[in-house]
Design a protein around this ligand. Sequence first.
Ligand code: ADP
Ligand code: MG
Length: 268
Amino acid sequence: MLEKKCTWIASQAICRRMSSQSYDVVAAPLANGQPEAVFAARGLTKVYHMGEVDVHALRGVDLDLYAGEFVVLLGPSGSGKSTLLNILGGLDVPTSGTVYYRGAELTEFDDGALTRYRREHVGFVFQFYNLIPSLTARENVALVTDIAARPMNPREALAMVELVERQDHFPAQLSGGEQQRVAIARAVAKNPSVLLCDEPTGALDVHTGILVLEAISRINRELSTTTAVITHNAVIADMSDRVISISDGKIVHVHRNTKKRPASELSW
Ligand code: ADP
Ligand code: MG
């Protein structure tokens, strides 16, 4: 059954259409020139029940992420960063609160709609690359392009991370940084509108970490993919448009970065 409804959110008119088979979201152009809110999260909480103990991972998070921006989510270990990103990416659901993705209420999606949302709209990059060891770099990327609605050519995706010449190599023949760049190519090959990266340089040394950050920033710049990068490394915040600081399950500070630095200039 096709349901159609219009929602007024983040000062923009958005038409939402959903069916049991597919959904698409059409955002009306903004009359006032404000950037489009890709995500609008309100009052998010997440409580994990661990036997007798309740762990409050998120304690009331309000957050907007805008189209095309590069955001760093900065905070110490255990502050709730991954929980927040996983909820935005449809990998987890909040205990309470709402998330709108381009006007569609993610927090109302059933499992099937969440799967389609992840598959068609979200690219994930994690600290560990999760490549399939028996497939080459190109085959690892092709796994995703085979099931995506509007995929890039795997070679084109590997070109974005400057790895075309290594496309026939297996993961074991690539360095950690190169494997992460394959994982980034895999994440962007389906042409997602958002790229969510959870500690993408966490397992890398500075030099290879910077190459990985350069690849992420190039994708953000050239494909206008709305990008959120989780880190506990404050230096990485310097390359973002906006830094959102999280502590103890809450957003404690939002900083617009007016002196954005290229990844190549960073060092830690
Ligand atoms: P961060 O990514 O900032 O390190 P997380 O979002 O992973 O923080 O975790 C926030 C809090 O929630 C931590 O106390 C963590 O132990 C807890 N937590 C996260 N995931 C789970 C889970 N699946 N089950 C129980 N507790 C969890
Ligand atoms: Mg984490």
